[in-house]
Design a protein. Structure first.
Length: 371
């Protein structure tokens, strides 16, 4: 497939470090839980989104082909039958977009990349199985975050925009008015960051990077968005600078941050840390058994409070918030997939899908975690 230079550059940024990187490792004891192949998508993809849409069903939207092109196709997987039960086309092709489940069960799809940085927004309605137009963001962006706030609005933060510019801008979408409203920007432009809702309604923005290659800067800094003031303020420093990492809100109000990589993606981080709001500080915890990066949106909090980590490794791990220790899960993925996607369904099933391996080959696999 022939690609424009900007698409080639983006693909190169996604794949950087895949061939030469190495991981930090540590040994732990396997759990009785397992992960196994449950089914296959109709289209292999990476950098897609996976979103629970009620009961046993999951919406799989967009993503990137092996050649670096954006996919328009969506699929719906039913975990009760292990089959794709519906498929079709979104409003347009996109990868590196976001998907946020709204209060009413619909799914908001924002931005992404299809050869240009997209402003467009669409909403998927599980009741009709169709997408509808949801307006347009103020700024075209990919690699951003989109977080559902307590009032039902969605905070959209950072990413990459036109001319490969790194964005500090932020905006809020109100599904009731279908309007995007700009808010005060972050203190730093960020991509490959995370955004996690705190119990008090604020949002913790952690890590990420700006610029590329020899000019890249990876952050240990954090910022906290206050929806009442519509502003960001500086937060406590991470113990380790990281990008392409993952963050998960724990049931006890803390935030778990894990993995990521160094600026050149030569070392994938096994380290992890937690944010304690009472202390307003990050504290290192026991590391994972292996380094992982390109893992945003691949960890899910299970109904019992543990966290399943399944991206960028053939062996999944479970984080126990009571002990702050990771344990490997039995069963193996057939390859180590980066830029995969994961979702916790309403019926309690945790599913992991897609991604590309160290040779850049995308998978159509869907794996299920079970006790």
């Amino acid at each position: 497939m022939v690609m424009k230079s900007r698409s080639c550059a983006l693909l190169a940024s996604l794949l950087v470090g895949s061939m030469a990187g190495h991981s930090q490792t540590t040994a732990t004891t396997p759990t009785a839980s397992t992960i196994e192949l449950a089914g296959r998508m109709r289209v292999a993809r990476s950098v897609a989104t996976a979103t629970a849409i009620g009961g046993h069903r999951m919406l799989i939207a967009g993503g990137m082909t092996e050649g670096g092109g954006a996919l328009r196709e969506f699929e719906i997987f039913d975990a009760s039958t292990n089959r794709i039960v519906a498929s079709g086309d979104m409003d347009r092709a996109r990868h590196s977009h976001s998907a946020t489940r709204l209060r009413d069960g619909r799914v908001l799809i924002l931005g992404g990349y299809d050869g240009s940085y997209l402003k467009s927004a669409a909403i998927f309605d599980p009741r009709t199985g169709r997408f509808s137009d949801a307006g347009a963001m103020n700024v075209g962006r990919s690699g951003h975050t989109a977080t559902l706030l307590h009032d039902g609005t969605v905070l959209i933060v950072g990413g990459v925009g036109d001319r490969w510019s790194f964005l500090s801008s932020a905006e809020v979408y109100d599904p009731r008015t279908r309007r995007f409203v700009a808010v005060a920007p972050m203190n730093s432009a960020r991509e490959s960051h995370t955004a996690t809702l705190l119990p008090d309604g604020r949002v913790m923005i952690a890590g990420g990077h700006r610029d590329r290659r020899e000019n890249i800067v990876v952050y240990a800094s954090t910022e906290v968005y206050d929806p009442a003031r519509r502003r960001f303020s500086a937060g406590p420093m991470l113990t380790t600078a990281r990008h392409k990492h993952e963050a998960v809100a724990l049931a006890d109000g803390r935030i778990l941050v894990l993995g990521g990589s160094d600026p050149r993606d030569r070392v994938q981080l096994a380290s992890a840390e937690v944010y304690d709001a009472a202390a307003h500080a990050w504290v290192a915890v026991s590391p994972m058994r292996a380094g992982r990066y390109k893992v945003r949106d691949t960890a899910v909090r299970l109904p019992d409070g543990r966290v399943l980590v399944a991206g960028s490794g053939q062996v999944a791990e479970l984080f126990d918030p009571g002990t702050n220790i990771f344990s490997p899960v039995s069963g193996r993925l057939d390859q180590q997939y980066e830029f995969a996607s994961a979702a916790l369904l309403d019926d309690g099933h945790a599913l992991v899908l897609g991604g590309y391996d160290r040779r850049g080959h995308s998978t159509d696999g869907i794996w299920r975690f079970r006790e």
